[in-house]
Design a protein around this ligand. Sequence first.
Ligand SMILES: *[C@@H]1O[C@H](CO)[C@@H](O)[C@H](O)[C@H]1NC(C)=O
Ligand SMILES: *[C@@H]1O[C@H](CO)[C@@H](O)[C@H](O)[C@H]1NC(C)=O
Ligand SMILES: *[C@@H]1O[C@H](CO)[C@@H](O)[C@H](O)[C@H]1NC(C)=O
Ligand SMILES: *[C@@H]1O[C@H](CO)[C@@H](O)[C@H](O)[C@H]1NC(C)=O
Length: 211
Amino acid sequence: MSFRCLDVARYVVAAAVTVLIMAVIVNAVKVVLRPESLQLSVVGGSIVSGGRFVTEPPPPQPPEVGLAFNMDLRALNPSGRARMYYVNITAYLFDKNTSASASSTPEDDSIFYIKPHDIAVLQQETVDSLVTAKVTKEQVTPPPYYDMLYNGSSISDVTLRLDGELVTEVNSRLNETRPMTSYYCEQLLVGGDSDDLKGRQDVICRQQGRS
Ligand SMILES: *[C@@H]1O[C@H](CO)[C@@H](O)[C@H](O)[C@H]1NC(C)=O
Ligand SMILES: *[C@@H]1O[C@H](CO)[C@@H](O)[C@H](O)[C@H]1NC(C)=O
Ligand SMILES: *[C@@H]1O[C@H](CO)[C@@H](O)[C@H](O)[C@H]1NC(C)=O
Ligand SMILES: *[C@@H]1O[C@H](CO)[C@@H](O)[C@H](O)[C@H]1NC(C)=O
């Protein structure tokens, strides 16, 4: 009787160990296969107003008046092996009434858009890029948004959509390119003064490949 109990106990332990080993193997495979990708975030969750600007081109052109903005875009490369580049980027700002991901004509549907510089991130590094923009009244749609921003108000719940090419340098001779890689950074605040920006969290951008 007691021998039988011991046998059963042995089987139970053996089964438990088998399950444990399988779980470890499955997890190890997951780690190896996990596609490591560039992570982007907007520091402080905001696109900060840089105030008004005036440029004076040579006459007879009239002086150009507009608004400046800047944003701190943080890029983290989690890979221990590959350099990553995010290039040919266009950044579109969408208000909360417009679907950033559904828009197939983002130039028209966005509040405004800009072309940030390319980003290059070494293995396991973080790079902060200061993205600056200068927009004129004609570039902002619908027009009430320009007036709001011009007069110091902010727009909340803005989604930033970044479209670009994600390049992973597998080794010094081989680049792997994902031509249409989008990031969505949600619930940003655009404009406003330093009081509006206090205590705002970084916004981590969601990645979506469309290759
Ligand atoms: C950059 O992206 C635009 C679309 O956003 C595309 O039309 C253009 O061909 C791209 N340029 C290069 C050099 O890949
Ligand atoms: C956004 O939609 C809300 C209703 O859902 C409406 O009241 C508001 O005027 C819209 N804003 C713009 C800028 O279209
Ligand atoms: C805001 O600024 C615009 C300039 O774009 C001006 O025409 C408008 O009168 C201002 N509106 C308010 C409510 O102050
Ligand atoms: C990979 O692409 C990046 C960005 O376009 C470029 O700077 C780099 O030289 C390329 N590397 C190779 C091996 O082609």
